[in-house]
Design a protein around this ligand. Structure first.
Ligand code: GCO
Length: 453
């Protein structure tokens, strides 16, 4: 059976629980000529960076198909839609609003509101305007202030029509993948770069928070981080120590400044030439109070020691060596890590209400007779919703859950080859077809209750 087996008394089944689908601008919009170029446009042109040599020129052509996409969202029975605004579509290089670009998002939000679907708007999902990258991008402290000004301009316009604003999506990916390992745009490499970019991203978030709150006092304001908890390969002390360092470097580097106003203690192990420049008062700005904390969860890391010292001393074990089950991304399927991660966070931090802002899986879907029977994805959702239910039962305050993604789309360095959608996109015709996973979730959402456990 394809039923999602969650008791009727679960909070996840409650009418007020936020259950949504998510997307991001660069991954679905297309229509690149009506906005400023961004770092991903540039990155896609560098040979070898995108595995199928693709780009965002057409993507899902959401700019043209948005009404149809809203019908699709509404047909699933979800009560929220998380999407991002393309900075370079709504702002000019001189910092003025681009009315045509803004009008697109305004009509999208109005249409969602008319249908009773809450708009969760991410202001930055990795698509930095290229003209800002040309001035140093996230290595330049000024970019944080430009972000604040952009957040100010947009939230003045959209105000409370947006249910929840998110400053940044996954600062880890922007900083670490974009400026440290170079596998994402803009493709810069080096520890000092990665750590400095991280600090400026966190600062950008902190600077924007009070501005958003002032302009949209009835909306919720927060940030979204991705967390892949780090488990030691063995119970030997070296592996345990390595896993702790990896957890600090990849996860708590972002969580701790946001929720505690300090970098993890292991900051002291950064070589002095890799330490970011931090100004007095920065950490207090970064620690701005949050209405919610968004967590994207896909998988965990298994970590071992390689005998070296400090942050050079951990290695991530390739999932295929340790996992029972892998997605098409090669990521381990491990729902129990979601439960454990939420419980651990709740012990370590004073958490605001949590939204799971992304969760989902890529599989090699086949379309046969117009049907996509993506049973592995159905299973993934079943297991992860049960894992979430367990964390909620144990007392973690989770108020919402978003499936990634509404539809197949541009999966960054993997191009269009990896499909994460609940709906299948035929990239020749752009026809969207709900997969079995979409129908399973739709069926699940038809049985909402008012019961409270
Ligand atoms: C992210 C992004 C999404 C990805 C998704 C699958 O979390 O990396 O928010 O844009 O497409 O996570 O990798």
């Amino acid at each position: 059976m394809n039923k999602i087996d969650i008791p009727s008394t679960s909070r996840i089944r409650h009418r007020d629980f936020i259950f949504g689908v998510a997307t991001a601008a660069f991954q679905i919009e297309g229509d690149v000529n009506n906005r400023l170029p961004c770092i991903w446009d540039t990155f896609c042109r560098i040979p070898g960076k995108i595995s199928d040599h693709s780009n965002g020129h057409i993507a899902c052509n959401h700019i043209e198909y948005w009404q149809q996409d809203i019908e699709l969202i509404s047909s699933l029975g979800v009560n929220a839609y998380r999407f991002s605004i393309s900075w370079g579509r709504v702002m000019t290089a001189s910092g003025q609003i681009n009315p045509q670009g803004l009008a697109f998002y305004r009509q999208l939000i109005d249409a969602l509101n008319r249908k009773g679907i809450k708009a969760f708007v991410t202001l930055y999902h990795w698509d930095l305007p290229q003209y800002l990258e040309d001035k140093g991008g996230w290595l330049n402290r000024e970019t944080a202030y430009h972000f604040r000004d952009y957040a100010d301009a947009i939230s003045r316009e959209l105000g409370d029509s947006v249910y929840a604003y998110t400053t940044l999506n996954e600062p880890f990916c922007s900083a670490h993948l974009g400026y440290e390992t170079g596998v994402h745009a803009p493709g810069k490499i080096g520890q000092a770069h990665g750590r400095q970019a991280a600090h400026h991203l966190l600062l950008a978030h902190g600077l924007a928070m009070p501005v958003l709150r002032k302009n949209a006092p009835n909306s919720q304001h927060g940030i979204v981080v991705n967390i892949a908890p780090c488990d030691p390969l063995t119970q030997f002390t070296d592996d345990i120590r390595a896993a702790k360092l990896a957890d600090d470097y990849l996860n708590h580097w972002y969580i701790s400044p946001l929720l505690k106003g300090t970098y993890p203690d292991s900051f002291s192990q950064l070589p002095s030439n890799a330490r970011p420049h931090i100004e007095d008062g920065d950490m207090a700005i970064i620690q701005a109070p949050l209405d919610y904390f968004g967590i994207n969860y896909y998988t965990r890391n298994v970590v071992c020691s390689n005998g070296r010292r400090g942050f050079e001393g951990f290695e991530i074990v390739p999932p295929k060596k340790v996992a029972m089950s892998l997605t098409a991304m090669g990521w381990e399927v491990t729902p129990i890590s979601l439960t454990k991660m939420l419980l651990t966070l709740a012990m370590e931090y004073d958490l605001p209400p949590i939204y799971i802002t992304e969760n989902g899986a890529a599989y090699d879907d086949q379309i046969i007779d117009d049907e996509i029977n993506d049973m592995q994805r159905v299973e993934y959702y079943k297991q992860h919703l049960s894992a979430l239910d367990r964390a909620i039962n144990a007392g973690v305050n989770v108020q919402g859950y978003f499936a990634w993604s509404l539809m197949d789309n541009f999966e960054w360095a993997e191009g269009y080859q990896k499909r994460f959608g609940l709906c299948y996109v035929d990239y020749t015709t752009l026809v969207r077809t709900p997969k079995r996973s979409a129908l399973t979730i739709k069926h699940f959402l038809e049985q909402k209750t008012d019961a409270i456990r």
